[in-house]
Design a protein around this ligand. Structure first.
Ligand code: PMP
Length: 433
């Protein structure tokens, strides 16, 4: 049937939005461009449930693209936000909460000795790259195809996430000089990294990588890959930037670092550490961070950086994320992946469910996906039918074949029975696509 049959209010809002907001959305993937149909406008959310403006409930498997590991409107987080808001929304002066959040991050991720708070993951990676250039006095950077680090000019080349969804190699508006300074190599290919260093002696400021890739779907680093990046960057006097915006404080209490223990020089964080409000961070070795203003010459600043309400939300979320929460995220990721595998196997649909820690995704291919070319070679045309069969049965997956699925610790037996009921229909739809 028509998957949008219950979306009349969403459709009306989407039309209204299109008159005043480009594409009707404030971040491209939200527009359902690659899956078709009407994006659901969300009225409210609680626990694992999203409720749209037509009154439909969905089991949320996006979790605001990562932040909501505790589920929505978690009482401890809401209370912390309420309390902070009552004390004033922004001061443009330092606060104790910022210090506590920085201490929490430093305590969890050993290679991070100092950290600065910013407002988005994009700002974090932009600042980390600038700092790497300022520290090394070099201009070129290496990134991996299929990795997304936010919409930083220099990092949009061959990026995952929305650029993968919409098939964009890069973006108009990025200058030739910026593109020239960015060397894009294949993910999980150390030989390619070594070749890039050899071809650009003394010129590479940093390698930036997702600690485990989640923006071409979930593609974990192959054994030895991150270690290899550590070795090559050290040999060539370049910095290693571990982008943990997606993995940080989600895949373990210490992020991906807690899984493979490879120490980057700089780290970027966002999502979970924000509790769902706009906050992010970059940090790392104290000697490198010492090059930032006001201690050093590399400039970086922000009117709302360290915002007291955002900091309160992030701190409350991290403090509530105890060992049981991480154990539950692990169980829930596996349970979701198992349901996908069972249903797709029963329908004979070629597929791979892949994990990067507790990030999950499904690729419609019989081969393990280790890089962006392999992700793009999968039968992505099966995804829209798969997606809409789930959506119309009360399950909200990411609206793109190239995005990871984000579980929360709020998912319970009832949530999984809704997913289990929907999944066989989705598998049938994928098979018939
Ligand atoms: N880095 C990674 C690994 C991300 O996944 C994202 C966002 N999905 C970003 C950076 C950018 O973060 P933001 O959207 O907050 O700018």
């Amino acid at each position: 049937g028509d998957p949008d049959v219950h979306a009349t209010n969403s459709a009306r809002l989407f039309e209204r939005a299109g008159n005043v907001i480009p594409g009707g959305v404030n971040s491209p993937v939200r527009a359902f461009g690659s899956v078709g149909g009407t994006p659901r406008f969300i009225r409210e959310a609680s626990g694992y449930t999203l409720t749209d403006v037509d009154g439909n409930d969905y089991v949320d498997l996006v979790s605001s693209w990562g932040p909501m590991i505790l589920g929505h409107a978690h009482p401890a987080v809401v209370e912390a936000v309420r309390e902070a808001a009552l004390g004033g929304l922004s001061f443009g002066a330092p606060t104790e909460g910022e210090v506590a959040l920085a201490e929490e991050i430093v305590a969890r991720v050993a290679p991070v000795e100092k950290v600065r708070l910013v407002n988005s993951g994009t700002e974090a990676t932009m600042s980390a790259v600038r700092l790497a250039r300022g520290f090394t006095g070099r201009t070129k950077i290496i990134k991996f195809s299929g990795c997304y680090h936010g919409h930083v000019d220099a990092l949009l080349a061959d990026a995952g996430s929305g650029l993968a969804t919409f098939g964009l190699p890069t973006s108009p508006g990025v200058t030739g000089a910026q593109a020239e300074d960015t060397i894009v190599v294949r993910y999980n290919d150390l030989d390619a990294v070594a070749a890039a260093f050899a071809a650009n002696p003394g010129a590479i400021a940093c390698v930036i990588t997702e600690a485990a890739a989640g923006n071409m779907g979930a593609v974990a680093p192959l054994p030895g890959f991150n270690e290899g990046l550590r070795r090559l960057t050290r040999e060539h006097g370049a910095l290693l930037i571990m982008d943990e915006v997606m993995t940080g404080f989600r895949v373990s209490a210490s992020g991906w670092y807690g899984i493979d223990n490879v120490a980057g020089d700089l780290y970027t964080f966002g999502k979970v550490m924000s509790g769902g409000l706009p906050a992010a961070a970059f940090g790392g070795r104290a000697d490198i961070m010492g090059h930032l203003a006001p201690d050093g010459p590399v400039y970086q600043a922000g009117t709302l950086s360290g915002n007291p309400v955002a900091v309160a939300a992030g701190l409350a979320s991290l403090r509530a994320a105890d060992a049981e929460v991480y154990a539950k995220l692990g169980r829930n990721a596996t349970a979701l992946g198992d349901l996908m595998t069972q249903a797709l196997t029963a329908e004979g649909v070629e597929h791979r469910v892949q994990y990067a820690g507790t990030l999950v995704s499904v690729f419609f291919t019989e081969n393990t996906v280790t890089n962006y070319d392999e992700a793009k070679a999968a039968q992505t045309w099966r995804f829209p039918a798969f997606f809409h069969a789930l959506l119309s049965r009360g399950v909200y997956p990411p609206p793109s074949a190239f995005e990871a699925w984000f579980v929360s610790a709020a998912l319970d037996d009832r949530a999984f029975s809704i997913i289990a009921d929907a999944m066989p229909h989705a598998a049938k739809a994928a098979a018939a696509a």
